[in-house]
Design a protein around this ligand. Structure first.
Ligand SMILES: NCCCC[C@H](NC(=O)[C@@H](N)CCCCN)C(=O)O
Length: 459
């Protein structure tokens, strides 16, 4: 390589630099994912009678647990904060938005930690939702603030990856980021319950998550240094100034049918995964008779599988294309798994097999869907596009746990045991709709030539 060529390289053209940048932002996101699911395996403790379970029970109802779990998306959806987050990202950039979002995550975590560790007494009427104990409502408030930070951080990290990896291994990079994040989810699902029990309280697991989020803020500040250098090197190379974001461009985004298909596929597919995980530990105990101390390990297999599969499917997409086909297969597997969970078959071996298949589905769709967005939407609108997709997805993340919590409550027998048939049929229905949408996306790709079936790596 000549000296001139070296001088004209962007920092992101260096393989080691772009993978270092990816590693840094992925760690921040991983800490976030740990915190998102830190409460999921604690459902049996949260919903045990106050003082039961060696004094660890908090006495929440299934309805309260559902309300709390959905809080992740309340501010994102009802206050439109995620949508504004996308505009902030496109207007003020990756460094400002990333720092803002990580600080919000940490702040929200502290509120939730405070709520769960204290007795408040009394209850609060939440319009349109119901009446919940003050502790649940404050914990939900913290989780809602955290959710705003985590989602804005998610779109920021997506934009970071597109910035560094366009023209390189984009889908693989996105797959690696998602896989790293899944490590956080798996750690939360696997260790949160034993950790809380060992430390003598639910709030111990939340405190651990909050400490990790604090580290996440610091790690992101390190990325900001790299981002500045990348911008400086890009400015030295660029011949024409990059086109900036204009509000008038939003019309074009709204009129893009492929974009809406991706957004609704995202809503339906993720509705069948993340809200399911919130209830899966208790499902394993009640439906499949798994010991309460081990029950969290079965849902934890789901993210573990995706740790390897998401980058694997991502690199297949990079090399061979077939993004829309990968999404169709993933949606079919999601439907199959929830359909089987709805059947009156109670073998824990079957539950493990289904969880592993769900892991394949959870590797397939994200590895193909997220890198497809930059093929449909230009870079200058990418922050807003990801934000809108996340926004629509968050409607599901916010409301489905509330719905499922109420369904579980209604299907709880006098002995406290839940019949999960209705719950799992609802999750299977999300899968069916996801299949239909992914076929529509394939047809739209044929019509518009987005290139979803084409490889990402330029030869
Ligand atoms: N490049 C986009 C990666 C998105 C990964 C995706 N995350 C989400 O969809 C988030 N909006 C929701 C995350 C909720 C749990 N923290 C994923 O597959 O995780």
């Amino acid at each position: 390589m000549s000296t001139t060529e070296k001088i004209q390289m962007k920092l992101s053209d260096s393989k080691s630099a772009r993978w270092t940048a990816l590693f840094i932002v992925s760690v921040t996101m991983m800490f976030g994912y740990f915190f998102t699911d830190v409460m999921s395996p604690l459902e049996p403790l949260l919903t045990a009678a106050k003082g039961a379970e060696n004094g660890l029970g908090l006495g929440w109802s299934s309805d309260e647990y559902g309300f709390f779990s959905g809080a992740y998306g309340y501010f994102n959806v009802f206050l439109l904060l995620l949508f504004f987050g996308g505009l902030i990202l496109d207007k003020f950039g990756i460094r400002f938005t990333g720092v803002l979002s990580t600080v919000l995550m940490f702040g929200g975590a502290l509120v939730k930690w405070y709520a769960v560790g204290h007795e408040f007494g009394g209850s609060v009427v939440v319009p349109f939702f119901g009446t919940y104990s003050t502790q649940v409502v404050i914990a939900a408030l913290g989780f809602a603030i955290y959710g705003v930070g985590c989602e804005i951080c998610g779109i920021t990290v997506s934009k970071v990856i597109v910035k560094w990896f366009t023209g390189h291994e984009l889908a693989l990079a996105m797959g690696v980021q998602v896989a790293t994040a899944r490590l956080g989810t798996a750690a939360a699902l696997g260790f949160s319950l034993p950790f809380a029990k060992a430390m003598g309280g639910v709030s111990a697991s939340i405190a651990l998550g909050a400490v990790l989020l604090c580290a996440g803020v610091l790690v992101y500040l390190v990325y900001c240094v790299m981002d500045k250098k990348e911008d400086a090197s890009a400015a030295a190379v660029a011949t024409e100034p990059e086109e900036g974001f204009k509000f008038s461009d939003l019309g074009g985004l709204f009129k893009t049918t492929g974009f809406w298909y991706v957004a609704f596929l995202c809503l339906m597919f993720y509705a069948g995964v993340f809200p399911f995980l919130k209830f899966a530990t208790k499902l394993m105990i009640f439906k499949y008779g798994v010991d309460a101390n081990l029950a969290g390990l079965i849902p934890a297999m789901l993210p573990f599988g995706t740790i390897f599969l998401t980058p694997f499917f991502g690199s297949i997409y990079d090399k061979y294309g077939k993004g829309a086909t990968l999404m169709i297969i993933g949606s079919c597997l999601l439907t199959l798994v929830h359909g089987v969970f709805a059947l009156p078959l109670n073998s824990w071996v079957l539950a493990i097999v289904m969880m592993l298949i769900l892991g394949v589905a959870f590797g397939l769709v994200p590895s193909a869907m997220w890198p497809s967005v930059p093929k449909i939407i230009p870079m200058k609108l990418l922050g807003t596009a990801y934000a809108l997709i996340f926004y629509i997805q968050n409607i599901g993340l916010a409301l489905i746990p509330v719905w499922i919590g109420k369904v579980n409550q209604a299907n709880t027998g006098a002995d406290g045991v839940i019949d999960y048939t209705e719950t799992m049929t609802i999750f299977a229905a999300f899968g069916v709709i996801a299949i239909v949408i992914s076929f529509l996306l394939l047809l739209e790709d044929k019509r518009k030539g987005y290139g979803l079936q084409q490889p990402n790596v330029k030869k």
